[in-house]
Design a protein around this ligand. Structure first.
Ligand code: PLP
Length: 396
């Protein structure tokens, strides 16, 4: 084969730069190791341990058995969009037209992809308060943009600092991407701070993408829906879903809501890439919205019990832990162990078979912390704390 031909072959096999440079998720690497071990208590999982509540399951089964095995409208069934509109309005007072301002997606994962792809021109920047959900930076890069991380700190209760956000604005900034209640810190942001973030967005004419997937999982504090703040709606894309609130991760169902002109853009991408969210999952999600509140309340009460156990337990071990008011994660500072977060997570797994996720997997500001999910049975958390006690006696 001539040199020219072999070069062509090589080039054909090369990935696009934006894909080739993507780092694999720090979480995945860790769970590949966990999967090979026995007797591990995992505090690493980012999904509810509950099975989807039975009436929601039954609605999915009924949907299949009655022959709903076809595509739906690209935006999702009108019944689901209408119910979602009523739901968002009832909980938070934000109004969306179900005909033109809501698209049902394959989880918030797809909604994020749509939002970023629809908004970003190549090289445009998105400011992201971190630590944050592991996909944010990667999704910005995949959409051709540049993520700009703004670390939040435990001394500020992991609240994003509007002044830091403003200092990061450049002529290329297009949007601010926020996710509260937060994965991995459990922080819930105050109305005051959200209002100040809105002021920055208004001053520089930026979009806000607000991922509110944990909206109903709050403990003793209200969730503030960003687009419900007066004047925020017109520059916000609201992303939400069913995975966490209703324990429906495997159904793959979520939504994006926002002003019609943008939703039209999101819909076009969705139309050509996904067509529509799974019909069965849409029918189950409708049941969740219509009759699921009791189950959400029960799960929240159980998470709260576990939250008190784990936060108290970690603090007692000398691992200083901020009190999380949302989601289902505790985010202890592990510097008293004398280890960095990667070493801590690795040794804890090897020596005591407890899996936690190094905080640095979630971006800047996560160094010196690990994420412990309490979407795990109460008794398992008790056992994990005993194992961590042994570990800290050896290393603390
Ligand atoms: C903050 C946040 N956003 C989005 C997602 C993805 O959710 P979905 O299952 O709806 O795609 C997750 C999952 O962990 C998350 O933590």
């Amino acid at each position: 084969m001539s040199t020219q031909a072999s070069n062509l072959n090589v080039r054909r096999r090369q990935l696009a730069d934006r894909v080739a440079t993507l780092k694999p998720s720090g979480i995945r690497k860790f769970f590949d190791i966990v999967a090979t071990m026995k007797d591990v208590i995992s505090l690493g999982i980012g999904e509810p341990d509950f099975t989807t509540p039975d009436p929601i399951l039954q609605a999915g089964i009924r949907s299949l058995q009655s022959g709903q095995t076809h595509y739906t409208s690209n935006s999702g069934t009108l019944e689901l969009r209408q119910a979602l509109s009523r739901h968002i309005h009832r909980l938070y007072g934000a109004s969306y037209d179900p005909q033109s301002e809501v698209v049902i997606t394959v989880g918030v994962s797809e909604a994020l992809y749509l939002a970023l792809t629809a908004l970003l021109n190549p090289g445009e920047e998105v400011i992201i308060p971190t630590p944050c959900f592991v996909a944010y930076q990667a999704e910005v890069i995949l959409a051709g943009g540049v993520p700009v991380e703004i670390p939040s700190r435990m001394e500020n209760n992991f609240q994003p600092q509007p002044a830091d956000i403003e200092a990061a604005v450049t002529p290329r900034t297009r949007a601010i991407l926020i996710g509260y209640p937060n994965n991995p810190t459990g922080a819930v942001v105050s109305r005051q701070i959200l209002g100040e973030i809105l002021e920055v967005a208004e001053k520089y004419d930026l979009m806000v993408i607000s991922d509110e997937i944990y909206d109903q999982l709050v403990y003793g504090t209200p969730h503030v829906c960003f687009p419900a703040i007066p004047s925020a709606r017109e520059r916000t894309l609201l992303l939400g879903g069913f995975s966490k609130d209703y324990a429906m991760t495997g159904w793959r169902i979520g939504y994006a809501a926002g002003p019609a002109e943008w939703m039209n853009g999101l819909l076009r991408i969705h139309q050509y890439t996904i067509m529509c969210a799974p019909t069965t999952a849409q029918d189950a999600a409708l049941e969740a919205l219509l009759h699921g509140q009791q189950y959400v309340d029960e799960m929240v009460a159980e998470y709260d019990r576990r939250r008190n156990l784990i936060v108290g337990g970690l603090n007692d071990l000398g691992l200083s832990t901020f009190e999380p008011h949302g989601a289902f994660y505790a985010f202890p500072n592990i510097t008293s162990s004398g280890m960095d977060e990667e070493t801590f997570a690795q040794k804890l797994l090897e020596e005591e078979r407890v899996a936690v996720v190094p905080g640095s997997a979630f971006g800047l500001g996560g160094e010196g912390f690990v994420r412990c999910s309490y979407a795990t049975a109460y008794e398992k958390i008790e056992e994990a704390l005993q194992r961590m006690d042994r570990f800290m006696r050896r290393h603390g």
